[in-house]
Design a protein around this ligand. Sequence first.
Ligand code: HEC
Length: 115
Amino acid sequence: MRTTSCVAIFLPLLVAVAPGCKVGSGGESGASLYEKACARCHGPDGKGGIASAETQGTQSRDLSDPAWQKVVTDEELRQIVRDGRRTMPAFGHVLSLDRIDAIVKHLRSLAPKAP
Ligand code: HEC
């Protein structure tokens, strides 16, 4: 499937689903915040592998990897999103702490559950 048709299908779905799952983040769910702020580089499911001129060709790791999810703490995740890391942009000036928390919760939901 070409990227354009993916977007055309995905966006209406998101609009339909998002109002049902609000969290304490100004009425926006972690999933919709992730979709707006992170998915263009990390992919809708966090699998990553998207390099661009913006990141100087650096690909991000698979955020849904359960082995990595196990060792990274919520505080580290919050800090990476707030302050950025190497070619990963900082979001501390555009996202409130509530919103960053909601995104961190969403990141946790990307990892397949341990058996
Ligand atoms: C402009 C593209 C871009 C955007 C937008 C972006 N990231 Fe990243 N992110 C990257 C890249 C590239 C890396 C790897 C940085 C490096 O190691 O040089 C990264 C790294 C990370 C890491 C650390 C992974 C590790 O290797 O330890 C986390 C966590 C992360 N991003 C989460 C997010 C979240 C959450 C958002 C949305 C708020 C987001 N990113 C938005 C490009 C992006």
